[in-house]
Ligand binder design. Structure first.
Ligand code: GLU
Length: 504
């Protein structure tokens, strides 16, 4: 029988969620939805040293903003919780005991100093089948001594007893069969008496089992942990329900050499975090996609294509289309260059596709910061005219401010180039002509002005450029008669008047 697809996104709350982590969450989500499966949010917070306050909320808010939804998990409920590992202490203890009872794990008392000493003594030391006999553990010490030490409260760890010389096969959906010999693995610490908590390794694997995870989709930095996953599942006798693995290739620097880091973002000016993040320790603020003006749809589309493509030229896909076309098996084995310019392109694209009223509603708060009060209807008409010129909502202000405020000064270069000796006279004539026209929204305005220019044998470009300068204050902007139609007769005449007076 086919297993129900159940995947998990299992971040550790150690800081802001990196954009690569967002892609991992997205691929899990696409895969789950496409198979009518479940998507689970598990918080892996057993390493209290690395815990960062606020990180968990940050992760949840980021994924919510992006439209990546969960069926179960921290904050979402479900029958297999709790889903925060720090709340599952007792559960893990039972499994640690099981391994100890079965002789598949052992207790080790070596202090950090003793381990350090061994590292100095033995080149490339690792705690494994070759060295465990030299160490202070329940395999080398008499049972009474072990019990005595534990009773006295001596700190210990529980280590997984890995049998050497076994070829461990990991069947990775993306990478195919990966074989690793168990001799290269060390006897991983599974549990620490000091905080009575399991390590990442044990908790991660026990929870995958208990939460009935069918597929583990995660970044390739976790590939080295996969053999341990297999061996632990085996040690517990859970082979039948071993999850399938899919290790996603790294996101690379835009230049392609090496892993994408926060420093690349700082250096090249793009965010590497979904939301702005303030480091609670240092107070350092890192920019986020949301605050930088990206639309969630654009971020999703951009990320989806970093490591996967539908195999044709189609690039623009919304979440539903991504769910439909995504193919885990077709994910790339090699890293994807983080082409942030492409991210901007997607944002531009999604702004163009957005309904003007919706876009206007996003622009309204920007207008408020400039103390503009106006109607959504008007803003909607404005954005329709200028949106093709922007990548981000906030750039709409640069492109459209003159729709809301008359120019207070005139760009010097444009004045030099466009305002000639006879411009004032010509603009005065134009102003007189415009006064006779009642409805500026009518296409007839343009015809009348053009007829007048022809009759007078004026230079069309010259008139239009001076007119634009008067209306906009510089040489940019959409079609002139689209501007006049929106700002209206009175405002147009006032701006002409002011330019004539100011520029002479
Ligand atoms: N807690 C790990 C992380 O922070 C999860 C690794 C996994 O998905 O197995 O990414």
């Amino acid at each position: 029988m086919e297993r129900k697809v159940r995947v998990r996104f299992a971040p550790s709350p150690t800081g802001a969620l990196h954009i690569g982590g967002v892609r991992t969450a997205l691929y899990n989500y696409l895969f789950a939805r496409q198979h009518n499966g479940d998507m689970i949010l598990r918080i892996e917070d057993t390493d209290s040293n690395r815990f960062v306050p606020g990180a968990e909320d940050y992760i949840k808010e980021s994924l919510q903003w992006l439209g990546i939804k969960f069926d179960e998990g921290v904050g979402y409920g479900g029958n297999l919780g709790p889903y925060r590992q720090s709340e599952r202490k007792d559960i893990y203890k039972k499994y640690v005991k099981q391994l100890l009872d079965d002789g598949k794990a052992y207790i080790a008392f070596d202090t950090p100093e003793e381990l350090e000493l061994k590292r100095k003594e033995i080149e490339n030391f690792q705690y494994d089948a070759h060295t465990r006999d030299l160490m202070r553990n329940s395999l080398t010490m008499p049972q009474e001594e072990v019990s005595k030490l534990i009773d006295e409260g001596t700190q210990y760890v529980v280590r997984f007893k890995i049998e050497p010389g076994i070829d461990v096969e990991v069947n990775d959906i993306i990478r195919g069969k990966v074989v690793i010999n168990s001799s290269i693995l060390d006897d991983k610490v599974l549990y620490k008496s000091a905080d009575q908590l399991p390590t990442y390794h044990l908790a991660n694997i026990v929870d995958d089992y208990l939460m009935q995870i069918s597929h583990v989709i995660r970044g390739e930095e976790w590939l080295p942990s996969a053999p341990l996953h297999v061996l632990l599942y085996r040690a517990f006798g859970w082979e039948e329900v071993m999850p399938r693995f899919a290790h996603l290739a790294l996101l690379l620097k835009p230049e392609g050499n090496g892993k994408l880091s926060k420093r690349d973002g700082d250096r090249l000016g793009f965010p590497v975090f979904p939301l702005e993040w303030k480091d609670p320790k240092t107070g350092e603020i890192s920019s986020g996609y949301r605050e930088s003006g990206y639309l969630p749809e654009a971020v999703i589309n951009f990320l989806a294509l970093l490591g996967w493509n539908p195999g044709n030229d189609v690039e623009v896909m919304n979440m539903d289309e991504l769910i439909q076309h995504f193919n885990l098996e077709k994910c790339s084995k090699s890293g994807a260059k983080f082409d942030y310019e492409k991210g901007k392109w997607f944002n531009h694209h999604y702004i163009q596709m957005m309904d003007n009223d919706k876009l206007a509603s996003l622009f309204m708060p920007v207008l408020s910061t400039h103390n503009i009060t106006t109607t959504p209807e008007y803003v909607s008409k404005v954005v329709a005219l200028v949106k093709e010129r922007v990548n981000f909502v906030k750039e709409l202000w640069d492109q459209a401010s003159f729709f809301f405020v008359a120019p207070s000064e005139y760009d010097e270069k444009t004045v030099k180039k466009r305002w000639k000796d006879d411009s004032a006279t010509q603009m005065l004539e134009l102003s007189q002509l415009l006064q006779s026209i009642d409805n500026f929204e009518d296409a007839a305005t343009e015809t009348s002005v053009k007829n007048w220019i022809e009759e007078k044998n004026y230079n069309m470009g010259k008139i239009m450029n001076a007119f634009r300068l008067a209306l906009v204050g510089e040489g940019k902007g959409p079609h002139i008669f689209d501007i006049t139609a929106l700002i209206g007769k009175e405002e147009t005449l006032e701006r002409l008047d002011k330019a004539i007076k100011t520029l002479g």
